[in-house]
Design a protein around this ligand. Sequence first.
Ligand SMILES: [Cu+2]
Length: 243
Amino acid sequence: MRRSWIPVVILWVAYTVLIVVATAQFTWFPKEWAREAAVVDEAMLLLQYLAAPIMSLVMAVMTWSVIGWRTEGGAHREDGAPVRTNKIVVTTWLIVTSALAIYVVINPGFVGLAEIRGEPSSDYVINLQGQQFSWEVTYPNGATALDELVIPVDARVRYDIISIDVLHSFWVPAFRIKIDALPGITTTAFATAEEEGTFEDDVNLRIQCAELCGAGHANMAMPIRVVSEAEWIEYVEALATDG
Ligand SMILES: [Cu+2]
């Protein structure tokens, strides 16, 4: 029994089933406020499913090593005989893990990226400037704001992002979108909000700096308000006249 692989296989299957069921059973993700969020969540789920049998195998071997190879009363404490390579195991492991790695690079890797940012057109372009420790929004008509980001629902917005001091990162948890904010280089991100809402409805509806940038990093956040397109145009026009 001790040297048998049967318990390992049983444990392997049991752990895999447990993880797969748990993954399928619970909602792991916060609410998706943008079309792009679904792509990222699906990618995460796929990786979770693919990782289940691999993690389970490691856990099964570890569990059985602890249970099946216990020594009684301190016997057999010296090293065992050296284990030579096993060509079948090594070859199978290499082929399977390489195939999996190549697969996830293509899908969700390239496929998901193309879905999120493959299409370069957008309905509106909003500029965002990061600095220690705040964000400044510049709307298409030149109006600026420091207190909140207001965006139209059902419109694909391109964010042109820049930093004027150190490295920051534009991250909107509710959109699952994140890209670095760099001094001297403009980076872009796309998001299509699908529902109206505010930071009060969901704390994930905010821009959050995601690159440690100094003492105020955690506070480098800006609430987002998603409104109807008509309301947004009105807001932006009013902001330009006031400013
Ligand atoms: Cu920052």
